[in-house]
Each structure stands twice: as structure tokens, then as C-alpha cells.
Design a protein around this ligand. Structure first.
Ligand code: ZN
Ligand code: ZN
Length: 249
């Protein structure tokens, strides 16, 4: 099955023009939404989706730039007559969602099913196989591998480049990986281009699209791609992701 990925938001917690906060759509039998930061709900509409089509959301972690539009998405569906939504996320997701929803008594009738996901978990959704991998981000955080019979994607969420993320991405067609800052930025819990490239050298990834771009990356995009390639070696396509970019694999 062909897979289509739509980058809804390629930005971060500090706003800059043209990049909404984290969100990514994988179109299969039904659309699967990964993360839903501020602006992702608007991007969904701009990408031509009704909130009613988004029955399932998978969260990489609970930082606001990855989740702050999730309750707004659930509310949009409720306004349109649909109470149910299914959410997959790391430890703490249920407590987070219930605490937030508890501030809005009129949303009590939302029927939210929350599934706890741990690194190594595998499950099926929308005709696809999903596997979670551990991300390194200072709190429970996941990357997701998404596979049809013959195509495969990994979405890293927020992470340093790690061995677990490399194993998750072994042999895939498309890696959407965070690359928060350009060189020579020193940072923990996030990725920078050279370490990212070195981490996936020889992992058999065909194409890498960089996302989760801080304002410090503005004007440094071409150089970031070159720095990833310097560690990675040739034969891999690397590019900077753009909001609403569609990628068919
Ligand atoms: Zn984060
Ligand atoms: Zn983030």
C-alpha cells in the first residue's frame, strides 16, 4: 500500500512564521494523526481534513508543542456531533488528558479512549503496523515506526539521536526526524545535524526529512542538510520539511 505523509507542523514551542507546532498525518485506510501542537488543528483544515476524519491521535510525548491542540480537536469533533476519539500516548497521557478536560465540565460527555504505549509495543491501526521506540527527551517520549506491507516510516518526535531510534528506523523508506538547531549548537534532549547524520549512517534509511525547527534554523537550512549528509554519507535524500508538504512513498 502506498503511504502518504503530510507534515502539518514543522515548528516548535517558540513561534516563527510558516511553521505550526508539531503534527504529522499518515494517510492509510484512514488518517492517523501523530502529535497535535498549537496550529496543527488549523493545518488539518488547510490540508483538507475534517476533524470528523481524525478518529485516532498518537502522541510522542506531552510537551505542549505536541499536544496543545488535542483537546481543541476533540472539542471540534464534539461540536460536529462526534463524541469519541481514540488517543495513544506515553505514560501520563491519561492523567494529563483527564486533568485538562476536568477544567471544562461541558466536555464531560466526550468519550475518549486512551491507550498507554510503551517502547517496544506493537499494534495495528488503519491497516498499518505501528511499533513504538524509546526517545531520549528527558521525560517519557516515543518515536513511532509505521509500516504497510511494503512501505515504512519513522516519526521521531523529540529526541537526541539514539541507538534505539536507529534500530527503530532500520531499512525504512522515510524518516521524519527532529533537528531542532543548526551546528554548532550544544543541546541535550534534541538533535543537531551532524550527530543526527552519524547516528543513521548505514541504517538503510532512504530519505530523511527534518522537522521541529527552532527559529535559530532560519537561513541555515541548506547548511543543516549538508551537515546531516556529512555524517550520514551519500545515497540518502535529506531535506528540510515544510508545513503542508505531502510526501508519497
Ligand atoms: Zn518536547
Ligand atoms: Zn517539541
Amino acid at each position: 500500500m502506498e503511504l502518504e505523509v503530510i507534515l502539518l507542523g514543522t515548528g516548535v514551542g517558540i513561534p516563527h512564521s510558516g511553521r505550526a507546532q508539531a503534527g504529522l498525518m499518515v494517510k492509510a485506510e484512514e488518517p492517523l494523526l501523530f502529535d497535535c501542537g498549537a496550529g496543527a488543528l488549523l493545518r488539518l483544515a488547510e490540508a483538507g481534513f475534517s476533524p470528523l476524519e481524525i478518529d485516532v491521535a498518537l502522541l510522542t510525548h506531552l510537551h505542549l508543542d505536541h499536544v496543545s491542540d488535542l483537546l481543541a480537536l476533540a472539542k471540534a469533533r464534539w461540536l460536529m456531533g462526534e463524541n469519541e476519539i481514540s488517543v495513544f500516548g506515553p505514560g501520563g497521557t491519561e492523567a494529563w488528558f483527564e486533568a485538562l478536560r476536568g477544567l471544562y465540565p461541558y466536555l464531560e460527555e466526550l468519550d475518549v479512549s486512551i491507550t498507554l504505549v510503551r517502547p517496544g509495543d506493537e499494534f495495528s491501526l488503519a491497516g498499518l503496523k505501528i511499533r513504538a521506540g524509546e526517545a531520549l527527551h528527558g521525560l517519557p517520549a516515543l518515536g513511532y515506526r509505521i509500516e504497510s506491507e511494503d512501505k515504512s516510516i519513522v516519526y521521531s518526535g523529540d529526541t537526541e539521536p539514539t541507538e534505539s531510534m536507529r534500530r527503530l528506523a532500520e531499512g525504512i523508506d522515510l524518516l521524519v526526524h527532529e533537528c531542532s538547531f543548526p551546528e554548532p549548537f550544544i543541546v541535550t534532549n534534541h538533535s543537531t545535524p551532524k550527530r543526527l547524520g552519524e547516528n543513521f549512517r548505514g541504517a538503510g534509511v532512504k530519505r530523511i526529512v527534518l522537522t521541529h525547527l527552532y527559529p535559530q534554523t532560519i537561513g541555515r537550512e541548506a547548511e543543516m542538510v549538508q551537515d546531516v549528509l556529512a555524517g550520514l554519507g551519500p545515497d540518502v535524500e535529506v531535506e528540510i520539511g515544510q508545513d503542508l508538504q505531502k510526501i508519497e512513498i
